[in-house]
Design a protein around this ligand. Structure first.
Ligand code: ADP
Ligand code: MG
Length: 725
C-alpha cells in the first residue's frame, strides 16, 4: 500500500541536517541582510529623499513628490540587482487570507538589440495586477476587474531568494478603482490610524504633546505541525484540505503529556534553525521555539512589532516554514485542526499600544501619574471587549477554527477577559471608589495611589481565556493558526479606538469645565467598569459552569462561524466601522459574502474528499478484507470446525461496512445539493445538513480502520503520522 511505501521511504532516507552551520555563519550577521531597511535607505538615498521617505514612514506624511518615488525606486533597484534580483513584485494580501504576487522583470529592451534594467517611481508606487479572480464579494464587477496595488512604505521592501536568483518584494495594499479595500492590509492601516487619533487625545489630556503617533503592537505566537512529507503524499485529505477527514484515535495520543516543551527532534530542530536563519535575513525578529502539546506540534514566536509589520511578517513566517520544511523532507501543516482528538493549532495575538517615543501604554507605571494613564487605557480595552464581543468572535470565524474553539483545548467561543488576581483587585477597588465610602478606606485613588506590582504572566496560565491581560499587553487567543492576523487586529484596533474616543470625549468635557483630570478619571471609570464587568471572568473557561454562568450574564455564545458571520453586517457594526473610516458598509457586505463563500467551498471540498476517499480507498480495502474473512469462514465450515466467532466477526464487519456505504451515499447526496439563496444561506446549509453527515461517515470509516487487516489499510494512520519523525 501507499502507506507502507511511505513508511519505507522514511526509514530509508538520510536527511541532510547540516544545510547550514551557525559556527561559521553567525546568526547575528544575518539579521536584515535582505531588507531595504532604514540603514540601507540612509546609505543609498540622497539626504532629502531619505528624509522625505522617513517622514512618510514614521509620521504618515503623504509622499507627493514623484521625484522622491523615482529616487527611492532607483536605489531599491540597484540594491536588489546586487542581491541577484531579476524581478520585482507587488505583494498583496487578498481576501483569501494568503498573499498574492505577480513578478515583473526589471529588464526593458532598448530597441537596439540590448536591454536595460529599469524601475521607475511609478512602478514602485502603483501596480495593476489582473486581479479579476480574487474574491471581491461583489465590489468589483468583472467588467471593471482591475484592482490596483499601492506601495506601503511603512513595511520595508525585501529580497526573497530563490534557487537561481531573487525577487524584490514590495508590500502593497490592494484596492478597487473606486478606492474600496479588496485586501487585509488596507483596513488594518486605517484601523491603526483611527486608534492613533483617539489614543493621542488621551495622551494630550495627560499633558503629553511630544508624541505624534500611537502604534498598536503585535507579537503573534504561531503554532504548527510538522510531519514527514511522505505521509502528506499518501493522504489526499491532508494534501488538499489541510486536515485529515478520516483517522482513528491512536492508542497513544497526547495523554502522557510528554510532548510540551520536550526535546525537539533533530530533524525538526535543523528545520527550525534554517527557518530562523531565513527569517533573520528578512528582518523578522524571531525569538522562541518549542514543542507544543500535541505530538509533532510546535510553536514559533517573534518579538512584537507594529501591527502592520507584524502582520506582514507573520504571513512571511508561515511561508518560510512551509518552504523550509520541504528542504528537510517535512510538511508544515497550518490548518487549525489537522488531527481529530489531539490539540489543534492557534495563534496567540499579543496586543498593545505604543507611542512613537517607545512607551507601552498598557505598561503599569511606577508612579501615580503613569498609573492613572495605564488605568485609562486598560479600562478602554475592557470596555471595548465588553461592548463588541461578537465582533471579536467573527474576526476568528472560519470552517477550520470551528473545529478548535470550544473543543477543550482552545478558548470557548464565548468571549471573556481574564484580568488575573492583582489587576482584578485594582479594578474592584476602582469600581468601588465611587461609593465614597469613608469607613473602609483603602480604595484606589487615581493619581495618588500606587498600583501593586502586576506580575508578567508566564504566558500559559489560564489558557482557557480567549482574552487575557498578561502584565503589559492583552493576549487574544482565539485566532486560528492559518488566519491572517490582519482581521482580528482590525477589529481590536477599531473597538478600542471607539472606547478611547468615548473616554477622551468625557474627560475633555469634564476638564474643560475646570475639573481636575484625576478627579474626572476617578468619576468616569467606575461606571464603565460596572457596565463592562460581565465580560470579566478569571476562572476555568472550559467548565460547564462557565457556559451556564455566561448565559446568565447574557454573554453571546456564537458557537459556529455561521452564527457569527451576520454580525459583520449588523447595524451597530456598520456604524462603528463607518464612524472610524475603517470599513464602509459595502466593504463589510463584501467581506460577509467572501467569508460565507469561503466557508462553503472549504466544507464542500472536505465533503467531496471524504466521499472520494470512502469510495476509492476505504471501501476497496474493507471489501478485500471482507472477502478474506468470508473465505476463512467458508474454509473453516468446510473443514467442519466450530467457526461461530469468525462468523460473528464477519457479521460485525459487514454491518459496519453497510452503514459506512449508506453514510457515504447520504453525504454524497447532501454535498451534491445546491441550497437556495445566497452564499450565507448555502453556508447555513453546509453547517446544518452536510457537516453532520461528514461526522457520521467518519465514525464508520474510523471504526473500519480498527477492524480491517493492517496490511490492507491504505492510509497512513495517526500513530504513524504523528510519531514517525
Ligand atoms: P511569555 O508570554 O511566554 O511570557 P512574553 O510575554 O515575553 O512571553 O511574550 C509573548 C509574546 O508577546 C511575544 O511575541 C512578545 O514579543 C509579545 N509581546 C510582548 N510585549 C508586547 C507588547 N507590548 N505588544 C505586543 N506584543 C508583545
Ligand atoms: Mg502565550
Amino acid at each position: 500500500t501507499a502507506r507502507q511505501k511511505a513508511i519505507d521511504a522514511i526509514a530509508n532516507t538520510e536527511y541532510d541536517l547540516n544545510q547550514l552551520d551557525f559556527r561559521t555563519n553567525q546568526l547575528k550577521d544575518l539579521f536584515g541582510v535582505n531588507v531595504f531597511s532604514e540603514e540601507v535607505q540612509k546609505a543609498r538615498l540622497p539626504k532629502p529623499v531619505f528624509k522625505a521617505l522617513q517622514n512618510t514612514i514614521k509620521k504618515g506624511a503623504q509622499l507627493t513628490d514623484p521625484a522622491v518615488a523615482d529616487a527611492v525606486a532607483s536605489a531599491m533597484k540597484d540594491w536588489a540587482l546586487e542581491h541577484g534580483a531579476t524581478h520585482y513584485t507587488h505583494l498583496f494580501q487578498p481576501m483569501t487570507g494568503l498573499t498574492a504576487e505577480k513578478h515583473d522583470s526589471f529588464l526593458s529592451p532598448t530597441g537596439t538589440g540590448s536591454a536595460l534594467a529599469e524601475f521607475s517611481g511609478k512602478e514602485l508606487v502603483k501596480g495593476e495586477p489582473d486581479a479579476s479572480s480574487f474574491p471581491s464579494g461583489g465590489i468589483r464587477a468583472t467588467f471593471e476587474a482591475r484592482g490596483y496595488t499601492g506601495w506601503d512604505p511603512t513595511s520595508p521592501a525585501y529580497i526573497r531568494e530563490n534557487p537561481n536568483g531573487a525577487t524584490l518584494v514590495i508590500p502593497t495594499v490592494f484596492v478597487s478603482w473606486t478606492g474600496e479595500a479588496l485586501d487585509k492590509k488596507t483596513p488594518l492601516l486605517r484601523s491603526m490610524e483611527a486608534l492613533s487619533i483617539q489614543a493621542l487625545r488621551i495622551l494630550k489630556l495627560f499633558g503629553n504633546t511630544e508624541v505624534k503617533k500611537v502604534f498598536t503592537t503585535v507579537g503573534p505566537e504561531q503554532e504548527y505541525f510538522l510531519i514527514d512529507k511522505n505521509f502528506l503524499y499518501s493522504r489526499p485529505d491532508l494534501l488538499n484540505c489541510g486536515r485529515t477527514v478520516f483517522g482513528a484515535k491512536p492508542p497513544k495520543g497526547q495523554e502522557l503529556e510528554d510532548q510540551y516543551f520536550g526535546t525537539i527532534p533533530e530533524r525538526v530542530l535543523a528545520c527550525m534553525a534554517d527557518c530562523e536563519a531565513e527569517m533573520f535575513k528578512l528582518g523578522i525578529p524571531v525569538k522562541t521555539r518549542h514543542n507544543e502539546v500535541a505530538p509533532s506540534q510546535y510553536e514559533i514566536a517573534p518579538i512584537f512589532e507594529d501591527s502592520n509589520l507584524a502582520t506582514d511578517h507573520n504571513q512571511l513566517t508561515m511561508d518560510v516554514i512551509r518552504r523550509t520544511a520541504e528542504k528537510y523532507g517535512l510538511a508544515c501543516l497550518l490548518h487549525e485542526k489537522p488531527f481529530a482528538g489531539i490539540n489543534g493549532s492557534g495563534k496567540h495575538n499579543n496586543w498593545s499600544m505604543s507611542t512613537d517615543t517607545g512607551e507601552n501604554l498598557l505598561n503599569p507605571g511606577d508612579n501615580p501619574h503613569d498609573n492613572a494613564q495605564f488605568l485609562v487605557y486598560c479600562v478602554a480595552v475592557i470596555r471595548a471587549v465588553a461592548k463588541y464581543p461578537e465582533l471579536l468572535r467573527v474576526s476568528v470565524a472560519s470552517a477550520g477554527n470551528d473545529h478548535r474553539l470550544g473543543a477543550n483545548e482552545a478558548p470557548p467561543a464565548i468571549i471573556s477577559i481574564f484580568l488575573g488576581d492583582q489587576l482584578q483587585d485594582v479594578m474592584d477597588q476602582l469600581e468601588r471608589s465611587d461609593l465614597k465610602s469613608t469607613k473602609q478606606g483603602g480604595f484606589m485613588e487615581v493619581g495618588v495611589s500606587i498600583l501593586p506590582k502586576l506580575p508578567r504572566d508566564a504566558g500559559d496560565r489560564n489558557r482557557t481565556s480567549p482574552f487575557a491581560f498578561t502584565g503589559n499587553k492583552f493576549e487574544f487567543r482565539a485566532v486560528g493558526s492559518f488566519f491572517s492576523i490582519g482581521g482580528p487586529n482590525v477589529v481590536l484596533n477599531t473597538i478600542v479606538a471607539e472606547s478611547l474616543d468615548y473616554i477622551a470625549t468625557e474627560l475633555e468635557k469634564a476638564t474643560k469645565g475646570g475639573k481636575d483630570l484625576n478627579k474626572a478619571i476617578q468619576e468616569l471609570l467606575p461606571p464603565i467598569l460596572k457596565e463592562s464587568k460581565k465580560v470579566v471572568f478569571n476562572g476555568d473557561g472550559y467548565s460547564e459552569e462557565w457556559h451556564k454562568e455566561a448565559e446568565k450574564r447574557g454573554l453571546p455564545n456564537l458557537k459556529s462561524s455561521t452564527d457569527a458571520f451576520p454580525v459583520l453586517i449588523r447595524k451597530d457594526s456598520v456604524e462603528l466601522f463607518g464612524k472610524y473610516k475603517v470599513l464602509t458598509e459595502r466593504e463589510l457586505q463584501s467581506r460577509y459574502f467572501i467569508y460565507a463563500e469561503k466557508y462553503v467551498k472549504e466544507v464542500a471540498i472536505e465533503a467531496n474528499m471524504m466521499v472520494m476517499m470512502a469510495k476509492t480507498m476505504i471501501l476497496p480495502a474493507a471489501l478485500r478484507y471482507q472477502a478474506e474473512v468470508a473465505a476463512a469462514v467458508n474454509a473453516t465450515k468446510a473443514a467442519g470446525v466450530d467457526n461461530a466467532a469468525q462468523l460473528e466477526h464477519l457479521k460485525d464487519l459487514t454491518g459496519v461496512l453497510s452503514k459506512f456505504q449508506a453514510a457515504t451515499k447520504a453525504l454524497d447526496d447532501a454535498a451534491g445539493h445546491h441550497a437556495e439563496g445566497d452564499a450565507y444561506a448555502h453556508a447555513k446549509y453546509m453547517k446544518d445538513s452536510v457537516i453532520p453527515k461528514m461526522a457520521e461517515l467518519r465514525t464508520f470509516g474510523d471504526k473500519l480502520e480498527t477492524m480491517v487487516a493492517d496490511d490492507l489499510w491504505p492510509l497512513p494512520t495517526y500513530r504513524e503520522m504523528l510519531f514517525i519523525k
